[in-house]
Design a protein around this ligand. Structure first.
Ligand code: PNS
Length: 160
């Protein structure tokens, strides 16, 4: 039976930090689903279709990765539906752990699914979607921290 991992997130937009976690997951598991989910605490910047397209374009070389969106659904229900036996998240540091721990324990409480944490790549510890958006909106250069397509879309939003 193939081991399926789910890499969930808002991906608004995807960063090289996210892509590092997806790529490393693809090396560990038979199949990886990058799941674009709704975070009730975050207002969206990009349409879900755009978020999907950015991830698909950046992961096209990974044969065992697919991207899907699940609006208004619990992560654990999505995981069960796609047959995922593990949730994979990246941890950039202690703050991430404080944010992720309750979700990991709640998800395990709900269905027993485990969350596996991968240490964030040192090159991308400073990279989050919200910081990328803020820096770009205020004129900073985010080249190398997100795919070029994402940078161009952010610049278009800023200058639009
Ligand atoms: O990239 P983010 O915003 O940190 O990802 C958070 C996300 C989308 C994975 C989380 O909000 C989530 O799992 N949303 C789906 C709804 C859900 O299952 N909520 C209960 C989590 S314990």
């Amino acid at each position: 039976m193939p081991l399926i991992a789910i890499c969930p997130g808002s991906y608004d937009p995807v960063t090289h930090g996210h892509l590092d976690v997806i790529e490393r997951s693809a090396a560990l598991f038979d199949e990886v689903v990058a799941a674009v989910l709704w975070n009730p605490d975050k207002a969206g910047t990009f349409a879900v279709e755009e978020r999907i397209r950015f991830i698909e374009n950046a992961t096209g070389h990974l044969e065992n990765v697919r991207v899907e969106a699940f609006a208004g659904r619990l992560l654990v229900d999505v995981a069960r539906e796609i047959g995922a036996s593990v949730i994979v998240k990246g941890l950039r540091g202690e703050t991430d752990y404080s944010y992720e721990q309750p979700m990991a324990l709640m998800n395990r409480h709900l269905t027993g699914i485990e969350t596996v944490f991968l240490p964030g790549a040192p090159d991308f510890v400073q990279v989050s979607s919200s910081l990328i958006k803020q820096v770009c909106m205020l004129g900073g250069d985010v080249t190398g921290l997100v795919p070029d397509e994402v940078r161009d879309a952010l610049v278009a939003l800023r200058d639009g």
